[in-house]
Write a protein of this length. Structure first.
Length: 237
């Protein structure tokens, strides 16, 4: 399994870390992912949604989604960073004149997702692209990643790498780290962080504690007391 390249959320270095055996991939025949206790039924639905989260939450809130793209940058990347066994070439930072010829491109993206006036979550992602059509969808700043897969009519491979909770009670903020892959087309490493009180007002007590459940299969996700990924340095909006 490829390393998960996005740093741990800021302020989580003291959180409890628990190894958890997530099923590595959801397929047409494997549709169940066992999740840890500590999440409500609606939160569990969100945590294992595979590429259609916008549609699911639009149905829940009964309003259209609205994506605000904060960052969508083409960046240098190293060989093998795309997470695909077939991608051995080095990703190179490239100007616009090179986009058509260099189809091993890496984007760093950050979006905010609203449903009507409700801010629901932010998403940080690292996306490597090997397909001209997908490259065009990402560079025009109009599509979320779930919309890209729908537009391309691809059913991506989905695998959870880690999930976490800020605090200790249902309704507090939580997040998930996962990959979406369409081999030979696009590979996405994604962290979605959901707001406190996503589905109903949070009435619990504030807490500086939290828990991270991680897949021991992922070399970078095995964040123990002695081996941790670096924390993200940006502040979630």
């Amino acid at each position: 399994m490829p390393c998960f390249p996005i740093p741990d959320p800021k302020g989580t270095s003291h959180y409890t870390r628990i190894p958890f055996e997530f099923d590595q991939e959801l397929t047409a025949s494997r549709v169940f992912v066992k999740l840890p206790d500590g999440f409500s039924p609606l939160e569990r639905m969100v945590l294992q949604t595979t590429g259609n989260l916008q549609r699911l939450l639009s149905a829940y809130f009964n309003v259209p989604s609205r994506v605000t793209i904060i960052k969508n940058e083409l960046v240098p990347c190293e060989a093998g960073s795309s997470g695909s066994d077939d991608d051995d070439d080095t990703c190179r930072h490239s100007g616009a004149s090179d986009l058509k010829s260099n189809l091993d491109m890496r984007f760093e993206r950050r979006i905010l997702m609203h449903f009507g006036d409700k801010f629901a979550y932010d998403a940080d992602s690292i996306v490597t692209v090997n397909d001209q059509k997908t490259l065009g969808l990402l560079t025009n700043h109009e599509f979320g990643l779930g919309q890209v897969f729908s537009h391309l009519r691809h059913t991506p491979k989905f695998a959870l790498h880690a999930i976490g909770r800020h605090g200790t009670e249902h309704g507090s903020s939580f997040w998930r780290d996962y990959t979406l892959q369409a081999p030979g087309v696009v590979n996405c490493f994604i962290r979605e962080t959901f707001v406190e009180g996503l589905f109903e007002p949070f009435t619990g007590e504030p807490s500086n504690q939290g828990t991270i459940w991680y897949s021991p299969e992922c070399c970078c996700g095995a964040s123990t007391s002695t081996t941790r990924r670096p924390e993200a340095q940006h502040t979630l909006i």
